[in-house]
Design a binder for this molecule. Structure first.
Ligand code: ATP
Length: 745
């Protein structure tokens, strides 16, 4: 709907008013900042003057002044940071104060309120809203409703009424570039424009075009845990980040970014998403990866495989005996059956009698083995094993203490009366040392009895496999279990921890109380959720017991055939009553041609919608010689660069291929960067990257290198290839040597 001159004038007047108010408030903040800076300098100067002359006579007074000056400085720093944030907010608002408007006629009111919606609130002197923050309750109607009956929830209850008009704006540098009225929830025009752009350096916010179904995930607080299943490019990561911004706004009086943690697939991805929250005016939450978190908890002393190394091993497959052994091991240890065995094992450790001994000091029974057993199985039974053992140890030491002291006193008196010593201190040390020596065996016994070594506990599971593995692993035959047993023991003996063993070990650590749950974290976000096993979810649930979880993934992007969730029911059942599964059903990233092409790779049809954005059909090109394939690749990279595409991703199957291709492109004068490890950082431009590290990322142009039958030869690689194809926004090129993979036939 076009907008007449009269309306344009009104809009320009409104914008002027908003900008004027913003400038006024910005000036006030700047003045306040200058004033604060002066005051801070003054406080510092006074402090230095005082410090320089601390005297003996009035030293205490000066120190107390010093402490109070420190407090003042801390407050000044806090106010300065607060002002700086506001200054940044107003500066942003001067460029683009709002992007949407709804006119809302509340029930029983005569006039509709014009609600302008932007990144932050702006009120005038009378506390009237000139702009509403996109996260304010009233703003939700902008995303949820078309023109007509509407309503929103606020602390006072549901407010209902009617949206009489809806408008979207593109304001740049304080000038309205364009605006249009729209009946739809969010007009496709703006979405199309955003999606057709070349990708930015890093992921960008979608606040102006959040879709209704996305908004419902962003604001959903009805359940403790949300599981969001969404096709490739349906905005899961974007939604996760906007949800964080929403929670930080809504609960700003009780949570900060430090109460939120996001688990990302790797650090490249963490880097890639790191701009979104600052763009939305919020600080980044705590970003980590499962691997980093786990490696910190497991500590040193072992060679710990990374998930990338595991993927590289799985993909760079050869059919050797060692390979087959490893795959068997992964298969078993990532199974739900193994998880249940671990649970049973923990239950057994917690309820069976342990080997304790009587504690005797100088023929006096301090505590009997039965009494210790009782402490372990009854008195401390509500604690995990490690905590029980710690408590038992301190209880025994507490019981020994009076006997030890009496003994020391006795020896001291003997020494004193012997006449050999004059110095009291010397006598004290000597008597203490003598008693400690005498008690060494007792202390050693206590340490032995209460020792907690999770690796040994894990080892014992395999050492005494008859008890558990053979009895409980009913789907596996005895030879298989014996094989797993030997395999695991050999690896543990060489201090080699495979990724699947690390997860099992961490689970034991958490369940047995050696990695305490944290209460600081109130919200946990798990992205690429399909790539965690049910056992990993058990760990999440135990570590963050009281936190609310948002779990976002796409089962069709399970790139690791073994380390994946399998089915959402596996995690839904962990916390059934508090969990809700939501689907995001529309894809935004790729052109229709690329989306349709990629979906053909999937065995099960997905009928999710996609944005009607067109581009060229994917180019699938076969070559008879590698040199021809490489020549074409170089030509095309230069072509796309000339066409001004900002990001070109060349996806190889493995890191080994990434290295080779990177060297080749470098030798051909292409300005290229390679990513080979999970800790590398993300850059725009021409990038070569192995398939499993490309998940979650996106590129204007994607080349998938060597999709021949030889290279992608296993059904297990279908979802990996699908994930690679769905990384493309505008152009997808698939090159293969000889015969194309049967997955694409
Ligand atoms: N409502 C929206 N408005 C504009 N762009 C959107 C919207 N939703 C998603 N996008 C864009 O679509 C692309 C894909 O989004 P995102 O990476 O969040 O999806 P995803 O579901 O996490 O993807 P994948 O699972 O394939 O990694 C991004 O470029 C994002 O900016």
């Amino acid at each position: 709907m076009s907008i007449n001159n009269y309306e344009w004038n009104l809009e320009n007047e409104w914008l002027e008013k908003v900008l004027k108010e913003t400038t006024k408030q910005l000036d006030e903040k700047r003045e306040a900042k200058d004033r604060l800076q002066k005051e801070a300098k003054e406080t510092q100067r006074e402090l230095w003057n005082d410090l320089g002359s601390v005297s003996i006579t009035n030293g205490l007074d000066q120190i107390s002044e010093f402490v109070s000056a420190m407090d003042t400085m801390k407050n000044q720093k806090r106010s300065h940071e607060f002002n700086k944030k506001l200054e940044e907010k107003y500066e942003k608002m001067l460029l683009s104060p709002y992007f949407g408007r709804i006119d809302f006629l509340e029930k029983n009111e005569l006039d509709a309120e014009k609600c302008y919606i932007g990144l932050s609130n702006l009120t005038d002197e009378d506390f009237d809203f000139l702009v509403y923050d996109w996260r304010a309750p009233i703003s939700s109607m902008f995303y949820d409703y078309e023109i007509g009956q509407a309503g929103y929830e606020c602390p006072q209850g549901v407010i209902s009424g009617e949206i009489t008009s809806k408008r979207q704006y593109k304001i740049n540098n304080g000038i309205i570039e364009y605006m249009f009225d729209s009946n739809l929830s969010i007009d496709d025009e703006m979405l199309q424009e955003l999606l057709s752009k070349s990708s930015d350096d890093k992921m960008k916010g979608i606040v102006t075009t959040i879709q209704k179904e996305q908004n419902q995930v962003i604001r959903n607080e009805d359940y403790k845990n949300l599981i969001v299943q969404g096709a490739a490019g349906s905005g899961k990561t974007s939604v996760a980040l906007h949800r964080i911004a929403y929670l930080l706004y809504k609960h700003r009086d009780r949570i900060t970014s430090q109460n939120i943690i996001i688990f990302s697939p790797n650090n490249i991805f963490n880097d890639y998403i790191s701009n979104v929250l600052p763009q939305l005016g919020e600080e980044n939450m705590y970003q980590t990866t499962f691997k980093d978190y786990m490696h910190k908890k497991i500590g040193n002393g072992f060679r710990k495989e990374t998930p990338s190394e595991m993927m590289e091993y799985i993909l760079d497959s050869n059919e050797t005996l060692t390979y087959k052994d490893r795959i068997k091991n992964i298969n078993f240890k990532t199974s739900v059956e193994f998880m249940n065995i671990l649970k049973e094992y923990i239950n057994h450790l917690e309820t069976k009698e342990r080997k304790f001994e009587d504690i005797i000091v100088r023929d006096k029974l301090i505590i009997s083995s039965q009494e210790i057993q009782k402490l372990f199985l009854n008195d401390f039974a509500d604690r995990p094993i490690k905590k029980r053992l710690e408590k038992i140890k301190s209880r025994i030491l507490f019981l020994i203490e009076p006997y030890e002291e009496a003994w020391i006193k006795e020896i001291y008196e003997e020494l004193d009366s012997s006449g050999y010593y004059i110095d009291r201190q010397e006598m004290k040390e000597e008597s203490t040392l003598t008693v400690k020596k005498q008690l060494k065996d007792v202390y050693d016994k206590i340490s032995r009895m209460t020792e907690f070594n999770v690796v040994n506990i894990y080892r014992n599971l395999f050492k005494y496999s008859n008890k558990f593995l053979n009895r409980l692993a009913t789907s596996y035959d005895k030879n298989f279990i014996n094989h797993i047993k030997t395999y695991t023991m050999e690896n543990l003996n060489t201090r080699n921890l495979y990724y699947e063993d690390q997860v099992a070990l961490l689970y034991l650590k958490v369940a047995l109380g050696d990695a305490p749950a944290t209460s600081q974290i109130k919200y946990v976000i798990i992205d690429e959720a399909q790539d965690y096993t049910p056992l990993q979810y058990e760990i999440f649930y135990q570590l963050f017991k009281s936190a609310k979880m948002t779990i976002l993934g796409d089962i069709n992007q399970s790139i690791n055939p073994f380390m994946n969730v399998g089915n959402y029911n596996n995690i839904y059942n962990i916390s059934k009553d508090d969990t809700c599964i939501i689907n995001l059903t529309k894809s935004y990233r790729s052109t229709m041609e690329i989306t349709k092409f990629s979906r053909k790779l999937l065995i099960e049809n997905i009928n999710d919608e996609y944005v009607e954005r067109h581009g060229e059909e994917p180019n699938v090109i076969g070559f008879s010689h590698e040199s021809h394939m490489n020549k074409k690749l170089i030509e095309e990279i230069n072509n796309y660069k000339e066409k001004n595409y900002k990001s070109i991703g060349i996806i190889t199957k493995t890191a080994r291929e990434t290295r080779d291709l990177y060297n080749l492109l470098k030798a051909n004068n292409i300005d290229v960067v390679s990513i080979e490890k999970d800790d590398d950082s993300y850059t725009n431009g021409v990038l070569v990257i192995p398939s499993y590290l490309a998940k979650g990322l996106e590129f204007d142009v994607v080349f998938i290198h060597d999709v021949s039958n030889k290279n992608y030869n296993s059904e297990d690689e279908r979802l990996l290839l699908y994930t690679c194809c769905t990384r493309a926004l505008h152009v997808l090129n698939i090159y293969y040597l000889g015969e194309i993979t049967s997955l694409l036939k």
